[in-house]
Design a protein around this ligand. Structure first.
Ligand code: DC
Length: 225
């Protein structure tokens, strides 16, 4: 059994790359951002302010999260038995997730669940604090990043395909602002673990990025395909 921790800023391609690597290596992909998103979604559903520690903390004992994996549907996340996988991708959910992720009780609540997932099986887990806080003993740690301009360009392309009007300049400003927030927050700030391999995907396409990640894993874990 082994664990791969992938951290890095928003838009670096962590989740799409991690999902593909997990499928290729037949291990479980754990999307910790989805867990924060589900808690944010629950707070919004209850009509509460996701920024409020006083309002969100009492909700935690009512929240049961399950991650299911099927070859056909990929990873699905269930909140108290209900599949919220699509709902948590709506734009307002990013804000709510970011808000609840700054609450210490929320982080403590998810920490135990995330660790227990990695105790039972080989995982590739992505987020912001996996190599530093959640799985400090992970066999493989990768800090995945790309230039802000490249990340903004990728998101702009995605938005164009979906027919969303946001300009490249507006998206770039948003990327830079989110980077600053993530790096400077007092709790679990985004930073590279000392023993993490830095992988900059600027100028690499998806297939090349996946191959690089697999190479890094193969160098550190015996018997990986
Ligand atoms: O990766 P994402 O966009 O789905 O993450 C949603 C939010 O959750 C994002 O604002 C950062 C936060 N997050 C976190 O603080 N720690 C993690 N391990 C994963 C996500």
């Amino acid at each position: 059994m082994f664990a791969v921790a992938i951290d890095g800023p928003a838009g670096a391609g962590k989740s799409t790359i991690a999902r593909k690597v997990a499928a290729d290596l037949s291990i479980i992909y754990v999307d910790t951002g989805a867990m924060y998103r589900a808690i944010g979604a629950y707070a919004l559903k209850k009509g509460l302010d996701p920024h409020s520690r006083e309002q969100v903390t009492p909700l935690l004992p009512e929240i049961r999260l399950e991650l299911n994996h099927s070859p056909e549907e990929g990873q699905r996340i269930f909140l108290n038995g209900q599949d919220v996988s699509e709902q948590i991708r709506l734009p307002e959910m990013s804000m709510a997730a970011s808000a609840v992720s700054a609450i210490p009780e929320v982080r403590a609540f998810l920490l135990e669940q995330q660790r227990s997932l990695a105790r039972r099986q080989s995982v590739i887990m992505d987020g912001r604090d996996i190599g530093t806080v959640v799985l400090p003993q992970a066999e493989v740690k990768i800090f995945l990043t790309a230039a802000a301009e490249e990340r903004a360009r990728r998101r702009w392309k995605e938005y164009q395909e979906k027919g969303l009007p946001d300009s490249y300049e507006a998206i770039l400003a948003d990327v830079i602002q989110r980077d600053e927030q993530d790096k400077n927050r007092p709790i679990a700030p985004l930073r590279q673990a000392e023993d993490a391999v830095l992988l900059d995907t600027t100028g690499l396409n998806f297939a090349q990025s996946v191959e690089k990640v697999k190479e890094i894993i193969r160098e550190r874990v015996a018997d990986v395909l």
